[in-house]
Each structure stands twice: as C-alpha cells, then as structure tokens.
Write a protein that binds this ligand. Structure first.
Ligand SMILES: Cc1ncc(COP(=O)(O)O)c(C=O)c1O
Length: 389
C-alpha cells in the first residue's frame, strides 16, 4: 500500500495543491504541506461511489449524519479512553474550520488566547480573525519542557482560552499525561476553555503513547473542546472534513449556533461524511500500515538530515514532519529554504512567523509522508547541496 509504485506523480501534479506537487516547478520534490503522497484507502472511494450511484444528493442533517456522529463517539471511546455523547459531536468542514469555530464561539474582540510557539499558524490566524489576541507561550522545539511559571505570568483577566496542539505540529511532541494534567490544572485555576487540536493523534511512533486532554477528568472534559480531522490520518484533505467534540451541552449549543449549519450557510458535504464513516469503520488496517511506513520514513529522514553539515534533527514522537535545527548553517530559515529549492530542487517550509510563530526561526519543516524512493532522492539531493554550502 505504501510502496514507491503507489505514488502517482502524474495525478499529484494535477491535484495536490497547497505548496505541493501541483504548485511547484517541474522537477521540484515538495516536502512541504503535511499531506500524504499516497492514494486513500479503497474502502473510502467505494463508499463514495456507492452513495452517488443512487443519484440522490439531497441536503443532510444540520448537525451531521447520525452514523458519523456515532462512529466518531465510538472511535474516541475505543482509542482515547473518554466517553463522548454522539449528541455533542459536530462534524464540520475541516479541522481548520473547527479551530476557527471554537475561536468564534468562545472569544470576542479584545480577548486573549494562549497558543504554543512554535505551532501551526492556524491558531494565531483563527484567534486574530475573530478580533482577539494570540499570546505565544514559548516551548523549545527540542527540549520541549513546559515552563509553568512562565505560563502563569502570561495569563491576564482578558485571557479566555488556551490552545493545545497535541501532538504538536511542527516539533512532533506528544504531551505526557503529567504535562496535560499541569495544563489542565492551569486552565481550571484560570477558568479557561481548552481547545485541544488532536488532528495528529493517530500518527504516534512507537514506543510513545498518546493521551487526550479530555480523558483526564470530567471537570477537564467539561471545559475542553476537542478538534480532530481526516486529512492527516486518512489523506482526505480535499474533502474538507473535521469534527468538534465536547462534553458540556452548553458548549455544543454555542458551537452549533456559531457554525451556521442550521441556516445552511455552512455544513459538511454529504460525500465527505460518507467517506469519514468509512475511514473510521473500515480503514483501521490502512492507518496502522500507514503509521508503520511513516515510522520508517521518519528514521530515514532524521538520520539523513543528521549527516548533513550544519543540520541537527531530533526524533519526532509523532506527526509526519521533521523539524531540524539549522542554526549551524549560519543561514536564516528563509535563506536555507531558498538555497535548497534552487540548488537541490527540494521544497521545504522555512521556520517563519507566518507558518509557525517567532520561535520557529532557526528551524525548517520537512514533511516525510511520501514513498521511500522519493524521500531517498530528496535527501540525497539535499545532502549534495549542503556539502557544497
Ligand atoms: C495542527 C493542525 N490542525 C489542523 C490542521 C488542518 O486540518 P484540515 O485539513 O482538516 O483543515 C492541520 C493541517 O496541517 C494541522 O497541522
């Protein structure tokens, strides 16, 4: 399923956007946006085909298909050890929109929300889009220890939310139970909503374990809104499907009102929901094999990067991105990104504020969810370029 001949570059060059194959000059290998180069599981396309064969493509229920809400609740209780009522599951059109929806529902103009730094840009973007201010809490990309005293100093009466990205994109950290407990206690003490983005939580490399914030206790679950999605685990980014889960009925009502699903201004495409049900119910075998392949690609990427002069890369515990330190190249992340693109014809993501926050400078992000052949070629080209620097 994940051998090199399953990657169809001809199709990817037409269909894979967002900094990937369809947007790059001929000959460039994109290790950019975290989106797999592999086709999705066949069960997913079979389910979509079966649905469209009847030629009825009517409106769906405003709160999402009951079968999908059930499958999501079941999945979370099986895999994440917390019980969730399907009534408080809201499928939405992408995890990105889910993050925005939580910000829209719980923040108003002038409020503050704490985000980790570095972290994916979506948190800052969504907080600012609703007129609130993102307060960056630095977490070292390699040591990754939590400075709880600093966190305490960052909270003001205007602060209403803490945004957790667990696992953490881009550094690949999976938070331990004791770290989550400290963050949860901090949120309780300061009466904060916890936005827990868990879109990467299926991509955990052995021997690491994963803990969901809402599984810690009923009181933590009561203030947590969990975001999850299908782009990373099942390669369904183009279907724009994600989900929000909560335990507090008032929170669900607020999210639902803000979603505009009821007025049909927004709502999740039925084909995407059909695909998501199939992913959760039929494609566990595919996900397991995918993670196994990714662990091999992670090891290949990290060991290759560590052979390059000036680059030092830690082993990510989760996510399919490497986040090497490049400070010893004496180039900025933007300069190195440009050099690698021109010299090696490999596209990587520079550690700029616009992508990951100010704490990302001195690092670049490299996505490894591709085939072994493509990755070997990209690493070999990068090695040659770095030896010339
Ligand atoms: C942490 C995080 N959250 C959310 C998303 C967006 O997911 P989706 O494609 O479902 O909008 C990404 C994608 O890179 C991500 O890394």
């Amino acid at each position: 399923m994940f051998s090199s001949n399953t990657v169809d570059l001809h199709i990817l060059k037409q269909r894979a956007f967002n900094l990937r194959w369809a947007t790059q000059a001929e000959g460039v290998i994109p290790l950019t946006a975290a989106d797999p180069d592999f086709p999705c599981a066949p069960e997913i396309t079979d389910a979509i085909s079966k649905y469209i064969k009847d030629r009825y493509l009517s409106y769906g229920p405003t709160q999402g298909l009951p079968a999908l809400r059930e499958s999501i609740a079941q999945y979370y209780s099986n895999k994440r050890a917390f019980t969730i009522n399907p009534d408080y599951v809201l499928p939405c059109d992408s995890a990105a929109f889910g993050i925005y929806l939580v910000c829209k529902a719980f923040l108003k103009q002038g409020d503050e929300a704490i985000i980790f730094d570095p972290v994916d840009f979506l948190f800052r973007y969504s907080i600012e889009a609703v007129g609130a201010t993102a307060i960056p809490f630095p977490i070292h990309p390699v040591q990754q220890t939590l400075d709880m005293d600093l966190l305490e100093q960052m909270v003001s009466p205007k602060c209403k939310m803490i945004c957790l990205c667990n696992p953490l994109n881009p550094s690949g950290k999976s938070f331990t139970k004791s770290e989550l407990t400290r963050i949860g206690d901090f949120a309780e003490k300061n009466n904060l909503i916890i936005l827990s983005d868990e879109i990467w939580s299926d991509i955990i490399f052995t021997p690491n374990a994963y803990t969901s914030m809402a599984s810690l206790s009923d009181s933590i679950a009561d203030r947590t809104i969990t975001v999850h999605g299908f782009s990373k685990s099942y390669g369904l980014a183009g279907l724009r499907i994600g989900m929000l889960l909560c335990s507090n009925p008032k929170h669900f009502d607020l999210l639902f009102q803000n979603s505009l699903h009821q007025s049909t201004v927004h709502g999740v495409n039925m084909l995407s929901q059909v695909a998501a049900i199939s992913a959760l119910n039929d494609c566990g075998y595919w996900l397991d094999a995918f993670v196994k392949h990714l662990q091999k690609m992670r090891d290949l990427t990290v060991s290759s990067l560590n052979e390059m002069p000036g680059i030092s890369c830690h082993l990510p515990e989760s996510c399919y991105v490497a986040f090497p330190n490049i400070t010893q190249t004496h180039k900025t992340s933007e300069e190195l990104h440009r050099y690698i693109l021109d010299e090696a014809k490999v596209a990587i993501v520079p550690g700029l504020k616009q992508w990951f926050g100010e704490g990302a400078e001195g690092y670049v992000r490299i996505c490894f969810s591709t085939s072994e052949d493509i990755l070997n070629e990209a690493m070999s080209r990068m090695k040659t370029a770095m030896n010339k620097l």
